[in-house]
Design a protein around this ligand. Structure first.
Ligand code: FAS
Ligand code: PHB
Length: 388
């Protein structure tokens, strides 16, 4: 088989890249290790920056998002007895969209189906060959048959545990990582949100986040030790702890109910440079991971794909500079969003090993935020998404 671009990974990055390329007449194929049902069963991000919404609309997949999504003009941050509403709209003129990553992925799959775009599910043993040469190719096993795809370019959209980043020689890669000493225990429940907007709560017992998917589907998170397991957390224990970590007026109105999904995700900040090697280009979690405190993971995948799709389309039109600059262009935005995610995580979580000084610094930061329009504007412009 031959395709112009072989995309490894059928999550948001790979699917969006395939759609943008094929809409521009570039022949792309997607190789996904898992079944479509498995990919769609994962509960992940919930906040879309305006930039991602615009890309989805331009690609013709924004209709259900605009119909079912919730536009949020702000968020609530509360910690150490101080509560502040960050008014995105007033401070930046922008909003964010609350619409689950699962729905985005579903919309992307359906858009690719409509244009008969090739997606191989349960593609096993995907391997990248000659990415640093002029004739790269990818091999994989599918339906007990071995396949080979010859291509011009390979897009590594296969997430943190994929093969793409590992296909760049160790000597070429520069990796930067900070692993946080805690995880997020997340539940999905068919209960109404605790407030009209998201609530980020820093508490001495640990961080809590109250998010949502729709008027009767809430997504809540608790900071938990890395040693915790989902089995240790009954629904009742979760709700009791969440109430402890929320301001009393929210704890009193919180509607509880059975969880329909429960999982623990570890938190890390990770960036691998460069995001390209030869004819291999990385996008999304394959190249970087951010703690979800800043709601940036999915949105950084989107800006990578925006840059990479434009660069590949330009290359096929005879203009190669965008592709040559892709890694530097994407990393410039990745580092700034990573900084924001790291700073929000540092401000809102308990770091017991760092003692009382950090706790007082956190308190001072939230009090400064509550009293400074400049600090609120800085947080707002990062949260709604820095320019592409
Ligand atoms: P993904 O990991 O989504 O997709 C990669 C795809 O590649 C997967 O479908 C995988 O099966 C496939 N793959 C892997 N190896 C392969 C191989 N060898 N061959 C073929 N295919 C292969 N972000 C937020 O903004 N907010 C959140 O609350 C949030 N919560 C998260 C919770 C968890 C548990 C995780 C893991 C991530 C979370 N994220 C969150 C970040 C998440 O949304 C990612 O940023 C987003 O999924 C990135 O999309 P992709 O780059 O497509 O990577
Ligand atoms: C979510 O709704 O899953 C969500 C929202 C905001 C975050 C992280 C996760 O910062």
């Amino acid at each position: 088989m031959r395709h112009q671009v072989c995309i490894i990974g059928g999550g948001p990055s790979g699917l969006l890249l395939s759609l943008l390329l094929r809409r521009a007449g570039v022949d792309a194929v997607v190789l996904e290790r898992r079944s479509r049902d498995y990919v769609l069963s994962r509960i992940r991000a919930g906040v879309l920056e305006q930039g991602l919404c615009d890309i989805l609309r331009e690609a013709g997949v924004g209709e259900r998002m605009d119909r079912e999504g919730f536009v949020h003009d702000g968020t609530i941050i509360t910690a150490h007895g101080t509560t502040v509403h960050i008014d995105f709209k007033k401070l930046t003129g922008k909003s964010v969209m609350i619409y689950g990553q699962t729905e985005v992925t579903q919309d992307l799959y359906q858009a690719l189906d409509r244009i008969d775009a090739p997606v191989f599910h349960e593609a096993e043993d995907v391997a990248i060959h000659d990415a640093d040469g002029d004739a790269p190719y990818v091999t994989f096993r599918h339906d007990v048959q071995q396949h080979r795809i010859d291509c011009d370019y390979i897009a590594g959209c296969d997430g943190f545990h994929g093969v793409s980043r590992q296909s760049i020689p160790q000597a070429v890669r520069r990796e930067y990582e900070s692993v946080y000493p805690f995880g997020w225990l997340g539940i999905l429940s068919e209960t109404p949100p605790v407030a009209d907007e998201l609530v980020y709560s820093g508490h001495e017992r640990g961080f809590a986040l109250c998010s949502m998917r729709n008027a009767n589907l809430s997504r809540h998170y608790l900071q938990v030790p890395l040693t915790d397991t989902v089995e240790q957390w009954s629904d009742e224990a979760f709700w009791t702890e969440l109430k402890c970590r929320l301001p009393s007026h929210l704890a009193e109105t919180l509607v509880t109910g059975p969880s329909i999904e429960k999982s623990i995700a570890p938190l890390r900040s990770f960036i691998s440079e460069p995001m390209s090697w030869g004819r291999l280009y990385l996008a999304g979690d394959a190249a970087h991971i951010v703690p979800p405190t800043g709601a940036k993971g999915l949105n950084l995948a989107a800006s990578d794909v925006y840059y990479l799709s434009r660069a590949l389309i330009a290359k096929y039109a005879g203009e190669g500079q965008l592709l040559a600059d892709y890694s530097a262009t994407a990393l410039a935005r990745v580092w700034k969003a990573s900084r924001f995610s790291w700073s929000m995580t540092r401000m809102m979580h308990q770091f017991p090993a760092e003692g009382a000084f950090l706790s007082r610094m956190q308190q001072a930061e939230v009090e400064y935020l509550a009293n400074s329009p400049a600090a609120q504007t800085a947080l707002a412009e990062n949260y709604v998404g820095l320019p592409y």
